[in-house]
Design a protein around this ligand. Structure first.
Ligand code: FNR
Length: 380
């Protein structure tokens, strides 16, 4: 077992959530090979210890898209976050803002854009999927702009949903899914109470706001599954580039050629990501994909990376492999599910502490001091 800041939170999340939700978060595509490699490849990267270099002054701040980040970290977009804790997106966004790092609201959040953006005192990021319903996309972009969203994260690795067999087993998807979810929710009354399901019907923020009426989870999953668009190409993104004046980040890049295309397109950043192993099982882990991408485009745009980051050492490793900033996915979600916003705050504090130890003992005083020289050997 890999011990990390998020291991205990993962166990606590499993105890608290109904199984269909825990496995939705925890699982990946097909045999979950890439999901596992994301974590293992990172943990195997050897940091290069240096000593006696006066490391009394550390600075973990970084600058990204005209924002000051207290740590080179942003919270990744995670769908249904408001099902893991009551008004979960607001709780996580507040914890991120208090720490001084960005929060990214998923297209498929429970809390709508208009609820989360005003709850925090720093600009929110918003993630958009490419959906067949371009009316929904346009509407979401307009609402995001109106709510003061700065950075748009455009996720491109979901032209079709991955084969997630854990969801079929657990009751998240499949023909009997709604009945199984209700049954599981009934055996977790505290969860149902905590997320507010016992109070009023749950609506799914961004989508029900657009469609004008509350949607249940079954209806929502059906709408979403039929709405992913396999016809998408770079040309389809142009109208968004023209419409959106803030920074635009393309999420789901794993290949240097695609990274170069993102530069040509004029993206401000990319997220090197395999969607946490939830899409195409068998692709490279992010840690293994990142060095070649950094060689191809470092400096031409900002490189963010996610997938498999579970602790502060992993953050330092991803930076050393070429990322400018990282995104946390499951790590913050487990903490949120286990202990709400306080859990996310605690997790971010632990990650900062771990980063500080790693920086002191690799001789990096600032974030830009973390380079491939911080590793015993580059790549894996
Ligand atoms: C995700 N991810 C995701 N990405 C995205 O662009 N929009 C989304 O709505 C979601 N939803 C989502 C739900 C859940 C439960 C998970 C675990 C992940 C992917 C996410 O942004 C990120 O890329 C991965 O979580 C990173 O991998 P790790 O850190 O979770 O291993």
């Amino acid at each position: 077992m890999i011990i990390s800041a998020s291991t205990d939170y993962r166990a606590a999340a499993q105890r608290r959530l109904p199984p269909f939700l825990f496995h939705y978060i925890d699982g990946g595509a097909y045999a979950e090979y890439t999901l596992k490699r994301n974590v293992e490849d990172l943990s195997e990267i050897a940091l290069r210890q240096r000593v006696l270099r006066d490391m009394s002054e550390l600075n973990l701040e970084t600058q990204l898209f005209n924002e000051r980040l207290s740590l080179p970290i942003a919270l990744a977009p995670v769908g249904l976050t408001g099902m893991y804790a009551r008004r979960g997106e607001v709780q996580a966004a507040k914890a991120a803002a208090a720490k001084g790092v960005p929060f990214t609201l998923s297209t498929v959040s429970v809390c709508p854009i208009e609820e989360v953006a005003p709850a925090i005192d720093r600009p929110m990021w918003f993630q958009l999927y490419v959906l067949k319903d371009r009316g929904f996309m346009k509407n979401a972009l307009e609402r995001a702009k109106a709510a003061g969203v700065t950075t748009l994260v455009f996720t491109v690795d979901m032209p079709t949903p991955g084969a997630r067999y854990r969801d079929a087993h657990s009751g998240m998807s499949g023909p009997y899914a709604p009945a199984r979810r209700i049954l599981q929710a009934m055996t977790h009354p505290f969860w149902a109470w905590d997320v507010g399901l016992l109070g009023k019907p749950h609506d799914l923020g961004n989508i029900s706001t657009y469609r004008g009426n509350p949607t249940g989870l079954a209806d929502y999953i059906g709408w979403l599954t039929n709405n992913f668009d396999p016809s998408i190409s770079w040309k389809d993104l142009e109208w968004i580039r023209d419409f959106w004046d803030g920074p635009m980040v393309i999420k789901g890049i794993l290949d240097p050629e695609d990274a170069k295309d993102a530069v040509k397109f004029g993206a401000d950043g990319i997220v090197v990501s395999n969607h946490g192993g939830r899409q195409l099982d068998g692709v490279l882990s992010s840690a293994r994909a990142l060095p070649a991408i950094a060689d191809a485009v470092k400096g031409d745009l900002k490189i963010l990376a996610d997938s498999g980051i579970r602790n502060g050492l992993d953050v330092v490793r991803m930076l050393a492999l070429g990322a400018d900033t990282v995104m946390l996915g499951r790590a913050f979600v487990y903490a949120l599910a286990a202990a709400g916003g306080a859990g996310v705050s605690h997790l971010l504090d632990l990650i900062e502490k771990e980063m500080r130890v790693a920086m002191v003992l690799t001789g990096a005083k600032t974030i830009s001091d973390i380079t491939r020289d911080s590793l015993v050997r580059a790549g894996i």
